[in-house]
Write a protein that binds this ligand. Structure first.
Ligand code: NA7
Length: 548
């Protein structure tokens, strides 16, 4: 029988996080193996290939900061990078760093089991691969476990069905077809205008209206790009200490300090700039005070009226059931404008719910919509879904759902008590998903690498988050969220899009800058909140750290 390979570390995933984690650990001298379900690198950008897929972060910020030569070479053309551009970027990085040989692709991990006597993890995949490792680092993405609703009759549909979250690698023939789109989150908002250009007719099935912000996409001014490149490292340095991983100025005034006319002018200017400038650029209290929030919400509703010709459709598109910004705000190009096309119509599922999918299409309470293609843009089991699907079993065989009956409990979003030597990049309780993600990923990766080096230098073989440290961190995550309006919405931030999921705020919204300082403080203090064991454990204990 072939010997089971053993590594210092196994990294699961080959997106931004997996690529950098494998690279860092390899550079630090660890024997590391990356495992990836997809056929290549890319993560989110490998799977989400639907027409119109692009990043909401601007091109110059959506890349690694540790490749100063390569960032000068890489061409920046559009304000928002498209999916093919980001995929090509990650492929090029992986090739340049000679990382492809360190990954095993087509390897969907289904079991990650801790063995206490050997203090190692055994990782198994769907295709029968098996390996052991001292450490496992999950780099599986916060929005990667697709949520496909179980709609009665879906298997009887005679046409084709696609998910934006696992779009085919070849173009899907849509020309002239009758297409149904379920979901109007970020993915639905991006794919709709592209579907409408090709299809004969598109019916949009909307469950909750969204406050869509215009991307104001377009080509980048080459002079700006040159300026950026000349100052890239300084910009990167500043970016690390921003709340959202993007160095844009924060608003300085409350909505209450301004006249109605001034408020409108602030919103108009932010809308004209588009994207993150609208999301983070209006008022200091836009997501903490309901009245200030209403100023922004009313502004977006007024824009919907301005853009959408048919008053009835405009009315259905107006969000009214939650405060602005408390569900992830989709950034779109021509989303509202697309409803002015004669081949696009909107079904409001709150008034006319889906009853079933039939052989011919989608049957709602009022009628049957005949379709040839159904596109699901129905989101993800965010932050925890991809972790629980790995089949992780920690000490005593406990699963993550066993450990998290009331929602995830982590230390710094990176570690879980009862799961020694496991680290979760952009896990629940980390700020990753509410930031420009690569910036948060780099922080996580570097911090984990340093912790593993620290443990190695002291002969420690296990690192485990302590129970009280995880309890305190998780309480802090909820406290910070409760100072905002976020928890009032039924969002994936709250786990509310997945039936039965405990309702807690999942990411840390205290800011990446604050989080980074907290993590740096933990490292500088010798990692309080963790317990270590191994040859030099007593030394660690003397230095004031827990030891088992
Ligand atoms: P989102 O933002 O979770 O959007 C999913 C959409 O699908 C949203 O409109 C949901 O309505 C809708 N949905 C989900 N389940 C159903 C069912 N059963 N019936 C009808 N409609 C449904 O996911 P995205 O992929 O668009 O974006 C995810 C993130 O990727 C995004 O935030 C960015 O960070 C990038 P709901 O609002 O739940 O009523």
């Amino acid at each position: 029988m072939a010997e089971i390979p053993d590594f210092d570390a196994i990294v699961i995933g080959a997106g931004f996080a997996g690529i950098y984690m494998v690279y860092r650990l390899r550079e630090s001298g660890f024997a590391v193996r990356g495992l990836e379900a997809g056929g290549g690198v890319g993560g989110t950008w490998y799977w989400n290939r639907y027409p119109g897929a692009r990043c909401d972060s601007e091109s110059m910020y959506y890349s690694f900061s540790f490749l100063p030569d390569f960032e000068q070479e890489w061409t920046l053309e559009e304000r928002y990078p498209t999916q093919p551009v980001i995929l090509s970027y990650l492929q090029t990085v992986a090739e340049r760093l000679d990382l492809l040989k360190d990954f095993r692709f087509g390897t969907r991990v289904t079991s990650v089991a801790w063995d206490d006597p050997s203090a190692r993890w055994t990782v198994r995949s769907e295709d029968g691969y098996e390996a052991t490792a001292r450490f496992v680092i999950t780099a599986v993405g916060a929005l990667s476990a697709a949520n496909l609703p179980a709609i009665a009759g879906a298997d009887t549909f005679a046409g084709e069905q696609y998910s934006t979250a696992s779009w085919p690698h070849q173009p899907v023939p849509l020309v002239g077809k009758r297409v149904g789109l379920i979901g109007t989150g970020s993915s639905g908002v991006q794919v709709l205008p592209e579907l409408a250009k090709q299809a004969g007719a598109v019916t949009v099935f909307q469950r909750t209206a969204q406050f869509v912000t215009p991307a104001q996409a377009g080509p980048l001014d080459p002079q700006m790009v040159s300026m950026w490149k000349a100052n890239y490292q300084e910009i990167r340095r500043r970016t690390k200490f921003t709340a959202g991983g993007i160095p844009i100025p924060s608003p300085t005034r409350s909505a209450f300090e301004l006249s109605e006319h001034e408020r409108r002018a602030v919103c108009e200017e932010a809308w004209r700039r588009g994207g993150i400038w609208f999301l983070a650029g209006t008022f200091t209290d836009a997501v903490t005070d309901l009245e200030a929030n209403k100023v922004v919400a009313d502004f977006v509703r007024s824009k919907i009226d301005e853009i959408v010709d048919d008053p009835e459709t405009a009315d259905k598109l107006k969000p009214r059931t939650y405060p602005w910004g408390t569900k992830r705000v989709p950034i779109g190009s021509n989303f509202y404008e697309t409803f002015n096309r004669p081949n696009v119509r909107l079904v409001d599922l709150r008034a006319d719910p889906i009853e079933a999918i039939t052989v011919r299409g989608i049957k709602t309470a009022s009628s049957e919509h005949e379709l040839e293609v159904i596109v699901y843009a129905t989101g993800f089991d965010a932050l925890t879904g991809a972790l629980t699907r790995l089949g992780v079993r920690g000490t005593g065989g406990a699963t993550l759902p066993d450990a998290w009956p009331d929602g995830p409990r982590t230390y710094l979003g990176l570690s879980v008590p009862g799961f020694p030597n496991l680290f979760t990049i952009t896990g629940p309780g980390s700020p990753g998903v509410v930031t420009n993600v690569p910036v948060a990923i780099e922080q996580h990766v570097e911090w984990i690498d340093e912790l593993l080096c620290f443990a190695r230098a002291r002969g420690a073989t296990t690192i485990e988050a302590m129970d009280d440290a995880a309890t305190a961190w998780s309480r802090h995550v909820q406290e910070v969220a409760s100072q905002t309006l976020y928890p009032t919405a039924d969002s994936w931030y709250m786990g509310a899009n997945i039936p039965g999921k405990p309702r807690v705020f999942l990411p840390y919204i205290g800011g990446l800058d604050v989080y980074r300082r907290k993590c740096d403080g933990v490292a500088a203090g010798g990692y309080p909140g963790y317990c270590f064991d191994g040859a030099d454990a007593p030394a660690l204990q003397e230095a004031g750290h827990g030891a088992r």
